[in-house]
Design a protein around this ligand. Structure first.
Ligand code: GLN
Length: 561
């Protein structure tokens, strides 16, 4: 039985469930995040979570080229990339509790069964799996939020989504009708031959949801043109929701416009009405968000930033990196035209000349050998040609390898992740550095503190010498080489508090050449760009001032917001 905070007449936690129909990739995550921002702008405390129907226990083992980025939380959760949208929109740090997968639910239930917790009962999808799902959602509601927004991954009608839909159906019974709101996102396609927008897919999708016992309170309709009142009336009639509960969600010029358009369509008003949240007592203040949107649309220059990575054909693989670059751009009034360059094609098909046209370079994180030589080549071009460079995790490691090879004369230098037999293992597992084998190769995950050197570039950028960033890696700078690096001009400008792990590297005699073992991209916000990205973008802007006009028109590259 679920127990709710405040059941003794005090304030109750409210729950919004966001499902999707018709098609995947309609922007459920962004719709949920936008709603989160709107409710937060009404002074409500909001938290969010994602229920993913796949069998992986978490996305940590999934190929980013297929599934997109793995978003890392402070507590070391390897989570779905939608949590990145949540954090950027509601500006709250989430934890691993905010991502549940079918795999994690089953593995918990099976572990309980093995322990004998079910006292000889037959363990079944209903009630054991559904109870486990409900319990996870309920637990989030005990952490002080006024509203918990729960996004259900996948599409209504999928086989594997059924236990989640059943759980959220039961949830309204458990939590009380007024404490739960169901938002359903669908597609209203425009059919050119008939010259009409079609509501049939929406009707089918709502029918499917109803067949599982859920009547949506609000239907958000994605379409490329606004829905007419006539169409809204039709959906209202056929899907049995008030006309104001049919929300038109047209393609927005940038993702940061979505909260504003959703507000103008009345999404947050309808959600509050459904949940009995007093609109007068919780007036909306969107001024801060409107400022963000104003900055997004008032850029006066364009900077070309190259992201040189392994999974560039799937920019979702670097979602937070792209957003962090954009956030920093907004802060300096620059549109950032991001060129996604495939590391494997550097320096052959993508040659030094092409890279030298960039205003700045980011080499993001990654695992395995593919593309690493190209990243090393890019780090070299950036160092030798004064191109602002920011290395993130693997991006720092390649900058260290490059420096060792070309500035320390260690031509065989490498990371032991790629060459176990290198004579100069400048990047290595902790265990290898300490000549012990029992530390294993476990991943360093989640927030770790670091101490920065006074007067270093990074201390200057952060404006402090104590920072915390999120990690996700196994290999580290090999401290045995530290003195050699420092003597030749690459400073280890930040370390773990015990001084053993190098967290930041930089070259002072360069416009901007900074690497971090962490993933700062997870902490950038649209209105608060991350200091390292801001440093890069400012240096890129300075470079752009001094350079020849672009040979390639930056507007023509794939710089979608
Ligand atoms: N593959 C490297 C390591 O494990 C870098 C990881 C990353 O970039 N996230 O250390």
């Amino acid at each position: 039985m679920l127990v709710f905070r405040g059941s003794g007449g005090l304030r109750m936690t409210k729950f919004v469930f966001v499902t999707g129909g018709v098609s995947s990739s309609l922007g459920k995550g962004l719709t949920a995040s936008s709603l989160g921002r709107l409710l937060k702008s009404r002074g409500l405390k909001v938290t969010m979570c994602k229920l993913d129907p796949y069998l992986n226990v978490d996305p940590g083992t999934m190929n980013p080229g297929e599934h997109g980025e793995v978003f890392v939380t402070d507590d070391g959760g390897e989570t779905d990339l939608d949590l990145g949208h949540y954090e950027r929109f509601i500006d709250e740090s989430l934890s691993k509790m905010s991502n549940t997968t079918t795999g994690s639910v089953y593995s918990n239930v099976i572990a309980k069964e093995r322990r004998g917790d079910y006292l000889g009962k037959t363990v079944q999808v209903i009630p054991h799996i559904t109870d486990e799902i409900k319990e996870r959602v309920r637990r989030l509601g005990t952490l002080g939020a006024d509203v918990v927004i729960v996004e259900i991954g996948g599409t209504v009608g999928d086989i594997e989504i059924v236990p989640f839909i059943e759980s959220i159906r039961q949830f309204r019974r458990d939590a009380g009708r007024d404490n739960v709101c169901y938002v359903h996102l669908t597609l209203v396609p425009y059919l050119a031959p008939s010259g009409e927008q079609k509501t049939k897919p929406t009707q089918h999708s709502v029918t499917e949801l109803r067949s599982r016992g859920i009547q949506p309170d609000i239907i958000v309709c994605r379409s490329d043109q606004p829905l007419s009142d006539g169409l809204k009336r039709k959906i209202s009639l056929l899907c049995d929701v008030p006309m104001q509960a049919v929300i038109s969600a047209v393609d927005a010029p940038s993702i940061y416009d979505i909260p504003i358009t959703m507000h103008d369509e009345g999404l947050d008003t309808m959600v509050c009405n459904t949940l009995g949240i007093d609109l007068e007592a919780n007036p909306i203040d969107l001024s801060a968000w409107r400022d963000v949107v104003r900055r997004v649309h008032s850029t006066t220059k364009t900077l070309r930033i190259g992201v040189i990575g392994k999974y560039v054909t799937m920019p979702d693989a670097y979602l937070s990196v792209g957003e962090s670059i954009r956030h920093a751009g907004f802060a300096v009034g620059a549109k950032t035209a991001i060129e996604w360059l495939e590391a494997e094609r550097v320096p052959t098909e993508i040659d030094s000349e092409r890279i030298r046209q960039l205003d700045g370079i980011v080499v993001p994180g990654g695992f395995g050998e593919r593309g690493v030589e190209g990243m090393i080549a890019a780090a070299r071009i950036a160092r030798e040609h004064d191109i602002p460079y920011l290395g993130l995790c693997l991006g720092m490691q390649v900058m260290v390898v490059e420096f060792a090879r070309h500035c320390l004369g260690l031509s065989d230098a490498h990371s032991t992740e790629i060459s176990i037999s290198t004579s100069a293992p400048v990047i290595a597992l902790m265990a290898e550095q300490m000549d012990v084998t029992d530390l294993g190769g476990t991943m360093r995950l989640g927030a770790c503190p670091a101490m920065l050197d006074e007067g270093s570039v990074v201390a200057e950028l952060y404006g402090t010498t104590v920072v915390s960033e999120r990690h996700r890696h196994r290999y580290e700078f090999n401290s045995r080489y530290r003195a050699q690096f420092e003597a030749a001009g690459m400073r280890c400008s930040g370390t773990s508090p015990d001084g053993r792990l190098v967290e930041f590297t930089e070259i002072a005699d360069h416009p901007f050449y900074v690497g971090t073992q962490a993933h700062p991209e997870f902490k950038s916000r649209p209105d608060r760009p991350h200091p390292l990205f801001l440093g890069l973008i400012k240096a890129a802007a300075a470079r752009a001032e001094g350079r020849e006009p672009h040979i390639i028109d930056p507007e023509s590259v794939n710089a979608t917001l």
